[in-house]
Design a protein around this ligand. Structure first.
Ligand code: ATP
Length: 318
């Protein structure tokens, strides 16, 4: 996709004292896509999202929304965004319906009764509309927060861990809703640890680690990026095989569990013959081998662990 991106940051940086929470970030979310924003705890995702919303001021760098600098029209630009934070719970005495009606009035939503009703229905909250919102389960509260974020029909939805508190049914419902909204043209930026969920919905992903964006691109390209996953089954458990394989120059990570070894390779070559030889040389007997694309989780671990190794050998300066 080309054209003016929905979100673009240039050199975005945020320091807290000596800590660089976000470092020189060039994020790009295209209009109409679902972007998965990934990173381990403390990577800097929430700080980034808060800077996109103008809640946290950058130490350096700029934010552009639909091509306009955020500072040029913070209120106008923010009005086009719907947000659900990670801990967006409702603590007051309002019922679910009153809560949404309150925000609908605040946002000046036309025909608020119909809009609130439709969202309650769509999110499976209609039968609970008269229940006090603070008595909602975590999953219900999350759905209520999503309904609130959608009241004013935002063009961009920013979600921090949107399905983390939901039961499997809720996860499917929210996934369907997000895909439907995206079909209708809503751009969605999802920050999440749930890689399998992101893998099912996102078109492109960005991987953040220790404040820096290590990768950004289409999911398919990222998963394929050089490596594959090779599953090897050996006749007898042999823990030393993991160490032997991990030392090979074309091998990234090795996970060994009983008779199974999961090897991620670092390039696009077919390494089955070489891996078979290495296992045989180390006294292993292979009874099965399968090559497949890496999952997003395997790619994510590969990319972030390689970054940890790089840090250990040469930590970047503050
Ligand atoms: P998580 O997935 O756990 O929510 P995250 O990727 O959202 O993590 P951030 O919350 O953005 O990470 O935090 C990035 C770093 O900045 C962390 O080391 C955090 O402790 C630090 N940090 C965040 N906010 C502040 C603050 N207000 N004052 C000081 N340090 C902060």
């Amino acid at each position: 996709m080309t054209g003016v991106p929905a979100v673009e940051t240039r050199g975005l940086t945020r320091r807290y004292g000596d800590l660089v929470a976000v470092r020189d970030l060039d994020l790009r979310v295209e209009v109409g896509e679902i972007y998965g924003f990934l990173g381990p705890n403390g990577a800097g995702k929430t700080t980034t999202l808060l800077m996109l919303l103008g809640v946290v001021a950058p130490s350096a760098g700029r934010v552009f929304l639909w091509g306009r600098p955020l500072e040029a029209d913070p209120l106008g630009l923010r009005a086009r965004i719907g947000v659900v934070g990670e801990h967006d719970y409702v603590h007051d005495h309002l019922t679910g319906e009153e809560y949404l009606r309150f925000f609908a009035a605040l946002y000046g939503v036309p025909d608020p009764a119909a809009r609130v009703g439709a969202l309650l229905e769509r999110l499976g909250l209609w039968e609970f509309r008269r229940l006090c919102a603070r008595d909602y389960s975590r999953g219900m509260a999350q759905k209520l927060a999503l309904a609130r974020a959608l009241l004013h029909r935002p063009a961009l939805l920013i979600l921090d861990e949107p399905v983390s508190g939901l039961d499997p049914q809720g996860v499917v419902e929210v996934r369907r809703l997000l895909l439907e909204l995206n079909e209708a043209g809503v751009t969605i930026l999802i920050s999440s640890h749930l890689l399998s969920e992101v893998e099912r919905t996102a078109h492109r992903v960005g991987i953040m680690h220790r404040g820096r964006l290590l990768r950004q691109g289409p999911l398919s390209a990222l998963r394929l990026e050089g490596g594959r996953a090779v599953e090897i089954e050996v006749a007898h458990p042999a823990p030393h095989l993991g160490t032997v394989l991990a030392a090979l120059p074309y091998v990234g990570r090795v996970e060994s569990e009983g008779r199974r070894l999961l090897v991620t390779t670092l390039d696009g070559e077919d390494r089955r013959a070489a891996l078979s030889r290495a296992v045989a040389d180390a006294g292993g007997v292979i009874v099965g081998m399968r090559v497949r694309e890496r999952t997003l989780e395997e790619t994510f671990l590969q990319v972030t662990e390689a970054d940890v190794d790089r840090w250990a050998s040469s930590p970047p300066g503050g």
